[in-house]
Design a protein around this ligand. Structure first.
Ligand SMILES: [Fe+2]
Length: 138
């Protein structure tokens, strides 16, 4: 079941059955939820920026690790995954830059609450899930 906007509550159905990756996805979802709670609570832009930076760093590390797992088992859809990871990273960067230049505008809040969360959720539930199946079926 799809979460409603701005909250990515971890559920077992997101498990791709690779424990290290599942643990990171869970952490990723929690960090995203922290960010949205900070937005909702109207915390200072400096706090929001710290959380965005934290999320970006975490996402980057996570993508790198996930790709290592894929490389190791010669996952056939790896190029698709790398492209998706690059897309998200560059969107994230755009949002961060916009935030730094324009501040916390309603448009940015909306983008964070909807676009980022939807992407993460769909990515894990679809592409990563496919990788989990491949990884465990070898
Ligand atoms: Fe992925």
């Amino acid at each position: 079941m799809k979460n409603t906007s701005a909250t990515l509550r971890w559920q077992n159905e997101y498990k791709i059955n690779i424990p290290t990756i599942d643990a990171q996805h869970k952490q990723l979802f929690n960090t995203y939820t922290d960010l949205n709670q900070a937005l909702k609570a109207g915390l200072k832009p400096s706090v929001i920026e710290d959380t965005l930076n934290r999320l970006q760093l975490y996402v980057t590390r996570h993508f790198t690790m996930e790709e290592k797992y894929m490389e190791e088992v010669e996952y056939p859809r790896m190029a698709e995954q790398v492209a998706a990871h690059e897309y998200f990273s560059s969107r994230f960067n755009e949002i961060l830059q916009e935030f730094k230049s324009s501040g916390l505008t309603p448009a940015i809040v909306k983008t964070i609450q909807n676009e980022l969360g939807n992407w993460l959720q769909d990515h894990v539930a679809e592409l990563d899930m496919d990788f989990g199946r491949f990884y465990n079926s070898r």
